[in-house]
Design a protein around this ligand. Structure first.
Ligand SMILES: Nc1ncnc2c1ncn2[C@@H]1O[C@H](COP(=O)(O)OP(=O)(O)O)[C@@H](O)[C@H]1O
Ligand SMILES: [Mg+2]
Length: 425
């Protein structure tokens, strides 16, 4: 297993298109890192440069501290894990797993010792495939096939696994199952993994850390929690989370009772430390996640003091059983309208409707088409600079702490996995 380091990696294609722009990051040994971003942002290009299928225009790629820019793919000892269709249908599970070893000249593959049979049996034990070794791929479940594909990478004793949108062709239900299968396997094996996806849910559920790319430029690399709670800018804030964060234009006003952010859905009183961030900025964009809202009638006293109540009219309501989405429509000014549609284009999303999505509890009896009292958590309100997109309310220290804690949990899991592996071997 190995660490992977990217130093100022650039990819300019022959036609002059700049697909990856100065990307730097460290991927630790055993870490599971996700590259996420809209279609065309350079994810596959970056992955292919790591494996050696694409030349690196400038910058440096290090594997375990050693420069690998010029190394042939086979000398990088990395394994691309493909979808189940890369399995040979006429071969048994055993032969599918053994395949890369049979290809190796010495008939022994990989760099670790041991016979082909020992390696296949060992991989099968780790992947819980022992009882399926004589079966053909067609007779296996989707999850089992995925494990066979990973078995091939394991017998090669690859230093890292690289995945390029392996689940994108599957239907939603199977995708969910495979996602948890891959997450568990990666944790059990503790193999350094880089996984590319355009799906933020996949990124958030799989990764120890997630690297968000926009147009070839790295925006933020952090644990899922840090990305969600402390996004660096509008793009990350809007891309991560579903339903998306709501953005509204607002201006700061000082009233008798303190500061308020005046927005199209009403005046929202904000704590002084938040207000300070919008001071002297004129028009700002505020960011409110759907779950920051609640039916005011259902908010207890302790919670009430963290936010404020305003009156709004819901245009419609969607009841989902465990919760409901209430929509508030608003008319953005011209500038905000433009900002929101640029943001939607950047995210490769449907045009963002000028509306606020609120997540209300299932018990709420509010009705659309009439004034309702909603509570909003103002202690977590994000304020963005509309020009640069920077999150003015980001607490870098709190964010770093979230990622540090995730890293520690990860370390613990890894050492447990290694102990288990040592016992199995
Ligand atoms: N061989 C190529 N020549 C020129 N441009 C390319 C080539 N391959 C990819 N691109 C462009 O580089 C950008 C990034 O592509 P890619 O890495 O495949 O994106 P992603 O995997 O994030 O969808 C895209 O705009 C794509 O059109
Ligand atoms: Mg791609």
């Amino acid at each position: 297993m190995a660490s992977i380091t990217l130093n100022n990696i650039v990819k300019t294609y022959d036609d002059g298109f700049s697909a990856v722009n100065n990307v730097s990051m460290d991927i630790a040994d055993g870490e599971f890192v996700i590259l996420v971003g809209p279609s065309g942002c350079g994810k596959s290009t970056l992955l292919r440069m790591i494996v050696g299928l694409e030349d690196i225009t400038s910058g440096e790629l290090l594997i375990d501290g050693e420069r690998m820019n010029e190394a042939a793919p086979k000398d990088r000892n990395l394994a691309m894990v493909f979808q189940n269709y890369a399995l040979y249908p006429h071969l048994t599970v055993y032969e599918n797993i053994a395949f890369p070893l049979r290809l190796a000249k010495d008939g022994n593959g990989g760099k670790a010792g041991g016979s082909v049979d020992e390696k296949v049996q060992h991989a099968a034990r780790m992947l819980e495939l022992t009882e399926h070794l004589d079966r053909k791929p067609a007779n296996l479940s989707g999850g089992q096939r995925q494990r066979v594909a990973m078995g091939r990478a394991i017998v090669r004793d690859a230093d890292a696994f690289l995945f390029d949108e392996p689940l994108s062709n599957l239907d939603a239900k199977l995708r969910g199952q495979m996602r948890s299968e891959i997450a568990q396997l990666q944790r059990r094996l503790g193999v350094t993994s880089v996984y590319v996806t355009h799906d933020q849910t996949e990124a958030m559920t799989l990764g120890d850390r997630v690297a968000v790319l926009k147009k070839g430029v790295l925006q933020q690399v952090a644990s899922p929690r840090e990305l969600y709670e402390q996004p660096v800018n509008l793009f990350v804030a809007g891309f991560i989370g579903s339903p998306s964060m709501n953005f509204l234009p607002a201006t700061l006003k000082e009233g008798a009772g303190g500061s308020v952010l005046s927005s199209p859905i009403g005046d929202i009183p904000v704590p002084a430390e938040r207000a300070a961030k919008a001071q002297g900025k004129g028009l700002v964009l505020i960011g409110l996640r759907p779950e920051f809202f609640e039916d005011a009638a259902l908010v207890d006293e302790a919670k009430m003091s963290k936010g404020s109540v305003f009156t709004a009219e819901l245009s419609h309501l969607e009841w989902l059983g465990h919760e409901q989405y209430g929509y508030i429509e608003f008319e953005p000014d011209e500038k905000t309208g433009r900002l929101l549609s640029d943001l939607a284009a950047d995210m490769d999303a449907e045009e963002l409707r000028p509306q606020v999505v609120t997540t209300l509890s299932a018990e709420s009896r509010v009705r659309p088409g009439q004034p309702v009292e909603l509570w909003v958590d103002t202690s977590r309100i994000h304020i963005f600079d509309p020009e640069s997109g920077e999150n003015l309310t980001r607490d870098a220290e709190a964010g770093a702490e979230l990622t540090r804690r995730a890293g520690q949990e990860r370390e613990r899991e890894l050492s447990l996995a290694r102990d288990r592996d040592a016992q199995n071997a």
